[in-house]
Design a protein. Structure first.
Length: 244
């Protein structure tokens, strides 16, 4: 495990976890916490690394220090750092992006609004796939609060992943949501998938996973009867299924 800065702010850093193999896919992970809390994960990440996947777990500026869209810009910087630096550690076969909750809001914005990655000379052609875990497809509730609006409103504007869906080609994706998730998270996620279909996206490359009998992201740290993290297994299955 090594920590590297990609910017001047104290929260602009990545933590790198390397597998034993010198040939590996890389997974960029963006944590949750409502854009106002959270640190790079480790528990389920260690389980993923044992399976041969390198992980770049990114920290980003958050409220109250950050303002929209700085956390999205930082997510793009984390991906750019991984693309530029991970080949120093071995043969990188693929680059995946996984976001959870607020991190999935960021990962969806990076996927659907191409200007953030484009600033780094990166496009979705450089990404092998995305996992958007329990993210908010409409304008994030903390962005609404920043604007002085009721955080329960469903607004679809330039700060909403839904707003940017178009006929662009997207990599394979997996959307994960719990049946007892945050209010309207399931319905908004299904709306996003319906919009992808409306724009003619190949829905055979889009997977929807409903985590039954769980609350928002509750399953992320659960361990099965074999001692494996369920969420790590989900990520690993997606990575192995979509490696180029």
């Amino acid at each position: 495990m090594e920590k590297f800065k990609y910017g001047e702010h104290e929260n602009q850093y990545v933590v790198v976890y390397l597998p034993e193999s010198d040939t590996f896919p890389v997974c960029v992970y963006l944590h949750g916490g409502g854009l106002g809390a959270g640190v790079p994960e480790q528990e389920f990440v260690d389980s993923l690394v044992k399976k041969g996947v390198a992980v770049v777990s990114g920290q980003y500026r958050m409220y109250p220090d950050a303002k929209y869209p700085q956390f999205i810009e930082d997510g793009a910087s984390v991906i750019a750092w991984a693309k530029e630096n991970m080949e120093k550690y071995g043969n990188v076969t693929d680059l995946f992006v996984v976001g959870t909750s607020a991190g999935a809001y960021i990962s969806m914005m990076l996927c659907f609004d191409k200007k953030y990655l484009a600033k780094h000379g990166i496009s979705n052609d450089d990404i092998s796939g995305y996992i958007h875990n329990a993210g908010q497809p409409t304008t994030h509730f903390n962005v609404l609060e920043e604007r002085g609006l009721d955080s329960r409103q469903a607004i679809i504007d330039e700060a909403a992943p839904l707003y940017h869906i178009c006929e662009d080609k997207y990599p394979p994706m997996e959307f994960i949501v719990a049946d007892n998730d945050m209010a309207c998270r399931y319905e908004e996620t299904k709306l996003l998938m319906a919009k992808l279909a409306q724009f003619g996206h190949d829905m055979s490359a889009v997977k929807f996973r409903l985590m039954e009998n769980y609350e928002h992201c509750e399953y992320k740290y659960l361990i099965d009867e074999n001692g494996n993290y369920i969420f790590a297994d989900i990520i690993y299955d997606f990575v192995t299924s979509n490696s180029k």
